[in-house]
Write a protein that binds this ligand. Sequence first.
Ligand SMILES: [Zn+2]
Ligand SMILES: [Zn+2]
Ligand SMILES: [Zn+2]
Ligand SMILES: [Zn+2]
Ligand SMILES: [Zn+2]
Length: 277
Amino acid sequence: MSFWKTDESDESPLKFVSRKDEITGDEYDGQKRVEMSCGHAVDPGSLTAWCRSLMDQGHFQLHCPADVNGNKCGARWSYPEVRRCASLSGSEQREFEEKLALLAAKLYCDYKECPSCKSLVERKVLTTIRVHCTLCSYQQPVPYEFCWQCLRAWKGSGTPSDRCANEGCRDLDLDVLASCATKDLPHSEIHGCPSIRACPTCGLLIEHKDKCKYVSCTRCHVEFCFACLELAGICQKSKAGAWFQWCAKPIAPRQSRIPVWNRCQILPERDDSCVIL
Ligand SMILES: [Zn+2]
Ligand SMILES: [Zn+2]
Ligand SMILES: [Zn+2]
Ligand SMILES: [Zn+2]
Ligand SMILES: [Zn+2]
């Protein structure tokens, strides 16, 4: 994974300033701060801690949290910029690069290990669980296919999206959705809502933990309503003024299929939704 290596040519010297740390808000205390590309000054230590907390929350796009008249600056910092400005040590660099690569792989790629050759295979057609391994098919006289769900050699016909003909092939996520506990959403009239939902955009399973009925997905960053499963903006607009307590639509039943993420559709918008965390 080398998605951050592209803009490494910028080796202009770091600019040190005598200003407050925009991440912690600590006033200038004699310790020089680094000015980031967006113009905000940060302490290398708090820069490291802030970026680490972003990654721990599942974000791999590092951005500036500085307050600008009540709004977040939100400027995107590249990993090389953070590495230089935070003076990451060798082990911190390895930690950051591993986490970022893992997060990016989860976001951009749908990879699984081929049960036969153990190479990583990307699923090209997201609507079927019947997947072709190029490497195996290259080495064997007959094309090799496996089941994306039960990770065994493919059995059955057609290109189903739910299960193959192997015994016991089933989607464990659907089991979770069917059997999870229900809860009353705080500060609302919404009762008996499933406590786990599949993100309506990308299908990631998310447990409701926050006070708000709107939840932002850690994978696709799209915010949705846990009760009616509409996108947050649509749910709010359709019940203007009272969206907090009620949705315009009734509470959505337990989901019986997992939405498949069409990343080509979501990627152009993802840029904006990522910086307004
Ligand atoms: Zn900034
Ligand atoms: Zn293979
Ligand atoms: Zn299967
Ligand atoms: Zn999502
Ligand atoms: Zn709603």
